[in-house]
Design a protein around this ligand. Structure first.
Ligand code: ZN
Ligand code: FE
Length: 257
């Protein structure tokens, strides 16, 4: 399974999963249709699945047109998103599995950004291979999604699930927000040398107009303030010794940043 990153709208990423053996593709969160059709034409591949993480328009905007073009396509989303994802056919429950190419993806229920948000995690098949995590707007490179339909406690639980995955996991998040996220992180975790190093690298990447997605989950664990609620520096910045309150206050500061 090959993952191809496509740019969409102003700062969205769409991920196309390509099964070279069978010449079929799946797409994660098609914000719009054109980049997907263009890539499919280039591969001369059929689209067999749409994996949606949540119902927001910048994640499902291309669903309807893709279904028209590929009537057989299976549209996956969280069971709780019933009625909100155009053309949804498969209503996934926590712990369900999805299959694509020779890979099996685990469905992780991650409410917080929305109440129905799910993530797809494809574990590695060999020891050297990375795992692939498609986490929508829950975990971002250097940040996390805003809380529209969930509580801080829910989001901490959701992010805890993602944080428990192996370091050698590629984080395919849906937006290019990394630099701004890390600039915020620096204001509350400025002595973190891993963070200092990362922001330097990300600045260089953005100066060259390179994508910063995917990132490594191992790097996120060391530098992303929204995975570090028990770190003394962050609790100090949030003026709290409670992990959930620390998370909530940091999320609140980011909303104002
Ligand atoms: Zn969203
Ligand atoms: Fe989004």
């Amino acid at each position: 399974m090959q993952v191809i990153r496509l740019e969409a709208l102003s700062d969205n990423y769409i991920f196309l999963l390509y099964d070279e053996q069978n010449n079929v593709a799946a797409v994660v969160d098609p914000a719009e249709v054109e980049p997907v059709l263009k890539q499919l034409a280039q591969l001369n591949a059929d689209l067999v699945a749409i994996f949606n993480t949540h119902h927001h328009h910048d994640h499902v905007g291309g669903n309807q047109k893709l279904i028209q073009k590929f009537p057989q396509v299976n549209v996956y989303g969280g069971a709780e998103d019933k009625g909100r994802i155009p053309g949804q056919r498969v209503f996934l429950q926590p712990g369900d599995r999805v299959q694509f190419a020779n890979r099996v993806g685990e469905v992780i229920f991650v409410p917080g950004h929305t109440r129905a948000h799910i993530a797809y995690y494809f574990p590695p098949q060999t020891t050297n291979e990375p795992g692939e995590l498609f986490c929508g707007d829950t975990l971002f490179a250097g940040g996390c999604g805003r809380l529209f339909e969930g509580t801080p406690a829910q989001m901490v639980e959701s992010l805890s699930k993602l944080r428990s995955l192996p370091d050698h996991t590629r984080v395919w998040c849906a937006h290019e927000y990394t630099l701004k996220n890390l600039q915020f992180a620096l204001t509350i975790d400025g002595n973190n040398t891993d963070l200092q190093k990362r922001i330097h690298e990300v600045k260089t990447q953005r100066d060259r107009q390179e994508a910063t997605v995917p990132s490594w989950l191992g790097v996120e664990k060391l530098t992303n303030p929204f995975l570090r609620w028990e770190q003394p520096a962050l609790q100090l910045a949030a003026n709290s010794s409670d992990p959930i309150q620390t998370f909530a206050r940091i999320r609140g500061m980011k909303d104002m940043f």
